[in-house]
Design a protein around this ligand. Structure first.
Ligand code: COA
Ligand code: AMP
Length: 627
């Protein structure tokens, strides 16, 4: 075990005030924090700062204006563009000026529905500069999902681009925005649209404004100081209902925690190149494409492409080598996609990994096989680590930069300083080592973690109510005898599809909304590439048209309502759903059947014969394994 890790961890628990006030010295404050934490007011309650100043301006002021801040590498458009900190400052200040001229002020919300292009990063930082609150919506969500977020966040402006590029497809964004605004009750003052050369969007009257024209005509705006506890952004994530949860991130704790994590987990400081191959629409993109690398004066990489097909399975290695990436962060599913195309890692051997020192994986469980393959082919430490949108930064990891090299396949590592984990049984009592239970974190959560849900404080409180004194992560897992924490899956209906967090409950609501469907269940089935894929079982109303057209209609409905990211492709029309005698659908049984696992017929099942249909559906092997 690393002494540095042990020492830091012990200090963070014994003296959180001292620990986090020391970490706060890594940030420039307009009003320095005198107190780290106050039970009622949260982290750094008496301090003030500007996050954009910390991510951009202060590095220019310190004489690092010529250092690289942002590299945009877009294999899908054949573009590589570098921005120095001085250029980033100019672009962000002018973007902020453009938003301010349209009436955006401190506290106003701005929805950003944009692809992986530099202007998206400028827009996020510009909101931070003005003290406005951005809410980035992932491009893979459909219009109704965008509309829900617009209605909840009530933004003054919506920022978008004419299109995104998904591999070889051009995805028109504007029709989705128009449809979302037609569905939403709340109306934005303006849509500010960046026309990309590959697709021109149609503009609607006075509402829609051209980004490039406005940008040219604008003056830069300065940074506005905000309270450390003021919101920096709202990021909606899947909860257990059809209504997304608006995770609110506060400025001060976020800046302190992210800067700390770069130095102590990822080993990144000023001048280093860091790449998180995620999307700005997810928390990984917020924290580790945009804010964290810039907060420490590093160079961040914005990659517009996929792990495969843009143009091949060597694109990650090529990008890493080309830009001198030191630490790389991706999702296990991306490694699986590469491995599928290039099982012997010939492209990796051919291209090399340049200056790369470590690969971090998160977003879903890293299966030991994928970890072993990546480790063997790269010859580098491949480090699984765990966190959630709610937390904003890693909570379980091997703190590589603190010299902790302990790793065990199947485990995400140890508690990161600041986090106190326990595993509890249903009764709230701690379970023993190796025993599976609810993975919980002792309250208060460290800086950077959410302190409320937008318009939904009760939803936030609920996550702290099941186990007194703890935050319930929603994950199940165990701690082994050596203290490694193993996360095994969710205790609710959230699934991770290709590293994307989705709610099967929400999909069930959509499937059930079809007039032909009497009842349904959606489960997450194991998938060799995406980790999990959603699978729907629907019982058709008597007299309704069933068959292939209905299957296609259900798939289209989920895609239309939730978005392509839902990736629902498997729909089974069945006579009945397996249920307990009290009428509860046996989703766990369905999941095990779909995975071909051995399933005992539950003694509480209402009608054991129902399982026969599922035995037939999943083939002889599964049928034999069913008791
Ligand atoms: N805008 C519009 N559509 C999007 C989108 C976006 N930003 N992101 C995904 N989609 C679409 C895809 O084009 C696809 O559409 P299709 O059904 O028409 O093919 C659908 O949503 C599903 O996307 P995805 O699940 O990503 O599957 P894929 O086959 O396109 O790619 C992987 C598979 C594994 C290569 C890809 O999922 C991947 O790179 N995953 C890593 C994800 C990640 O980094 N997550 C962040 C957590 S750290
Ligand atoms: P998100 O909020 O999208 O980051 O998703 C968070 C959820 O993803 C967690 O609650 C876990 O269920 C899962 N997850 C993320 N990282 C890991 C990991 N390293 N191992 C296992 N599950 C993970």
């Amino acid at each position: 075990m690393s002494e540095a890790y042990q020492q830091r961890y012990a200090q963070s628990i014994a003296d959180p005030e001292g620990f986090w006030l020391a970490a706060a010295a890594g940030i420039d404050w307009a009003v320095r924090p005198a107190t780290a934490h106050d039970a009622a007011r949260g982290w750094f309650p008496d301090a003030a700062l500007n996050t954009c100043h910390n991510a951009v301006d202060r590095h220019v002021a310190a004489g690092r204006g010529d250092s690289a801040a942002l590299i945009y590498d877009s294999p899908v458009t054949g573009t590589v563009r570098r921005y120095s900190y001085a250029e980033l400052q100019e672009a962000v200040a002018r973007t902020a000026g453009m938003l301010a001229a349209l009436g955006v002020e401190k506290g106003d919300r701005v929805v950003i529905y944009m692809p992986m292009i530099p202007e998206t990063v400028f827009a996020m930082l510009a909101c931070a500069r003005l003290g406005a609150v951005h809410s980035v919506v992932f491009g893979g969500f459909a219009a109704p999902e965008l509309a829900k977020r617009i209605d909840d966040a009530q933004p003054k402006l919506l920022l978008t681009a004419s299109c995104g590029i998904e591999g070889t497809k051009t995805v028109a964004y504007k029709p989705l925005v128009d449809a979302a605004l037609a569905l939403a009750k709340h109306q934005v003052a303006h849509v500010l649209l960046l026309q990309r050369p590959m697709l021109e969007a149609a503009m609607q009257g006075a509402r829609d404004l051209d980004w490039a024209e406005r940008f040219e005509a604008t003056a830069p705006a300065p940074c506005t100081d905000v309270a450390a506890t003021d919101p920096l952004y709202i990021l909606y994530t899947s909860g257990t209902t059809g209504t997304p949860k608006g995770v609110v991130r506060e400025n001060g704790g976020h800046a302190v925690a992210l800067a700390w994590s770069m130095a102590n987990i990822y080993g990144i400081g000023a001048g280093d190149v860091f790449w998180a191959a995620s999307d700005v629409g997810w928390v990984v993109g917020h924290s580790y494409i945009v804010y964290a690398p810039l907060l420490v004066g590093a160079t961040t990489l914005l990659f517009e492409g996929k792990p495969v097909g843009t143009p091949d399975a060597g694109t990650f290695w090529r990008t890493i080598a080309r830009h001198g990436v030191k630490t790389f962060f991706t999702a296990p599913t991306a490694i699986r996609a590469i491995r599928k195309e290039d099982p012997d890692a010939k492209l990796l051997a051919e291209i090399g990994l340049g200056d790369l020192q470590a690969i971090f994986l998160a977003g879903e469980r890293a299966d030991p096989d994928t970890l072993a393959w990546a480790g063997e082919k790269s010859g580098l430490p491949v480090i699984d680590h765990w966190w959630q949108t709610e937390l904003g930064w890693p909570a379980i990891a091997s703190c590589h930069a603190l010299g902790d090299s302990r790793r065990r396949p199947g485990s995400a590592g140890f508690p990161v300083p600041g986090y106190r984990f326990d595993v509890l049984g249903d009764d709230g009592a701690p379970v023993g080592p190796e025993e599976t239970g609810h993975v919980v974190i002792r309250a208060p959560l460290p800086p950077g973690c959410y302190r409320t849900l937008w318009n939904n404080p009760a939803g936030y409180e609920k996550c702290f109510s099941a186990f007194a004194g703890y935050y319930e992560t929603g994950d199940a897992g165990h701690i082994d005898t050596d203290g490694f924490i193993h996360i095994m899956g969710r205790t609710d209906d959230i699934i991770n599809v290709a590293g994307h967090r989705l709610s099967t409950g929400q999909m069930e609501q959509i499937v059930a909304s079809r007039p032909e469907v009497a009842e349904c269940a959606v489960i997450g089935a194991d998938d060799a590439l995406k980790g999990m894929i959603p699978m729907a079982f629907a019982v058709v109303k008597s007299g309704a048209e069933a068959g292939e057209p209905l299957v296609r209609a259900i798939i289209a409905e989920v895609r239309g309502q939730l978005g392509p990211v839902a990736a629902l492709k498997d729909v089974h029309l069945v006579r009945a759903l397996p249920k307990t005698r009290s009428g509860k659908i046996l989703r766990a049984t369905l999941r095990r059947l779909a995975n071909g696992e051995k399933v005992e017929t539950p003694p509480t099942i209402e009608d054991p014969a129902v399982l026969d249909e599922y035995r037939a559906l999943f083939g002889a092997e599964a049928a034999q394994s069913v008791a």
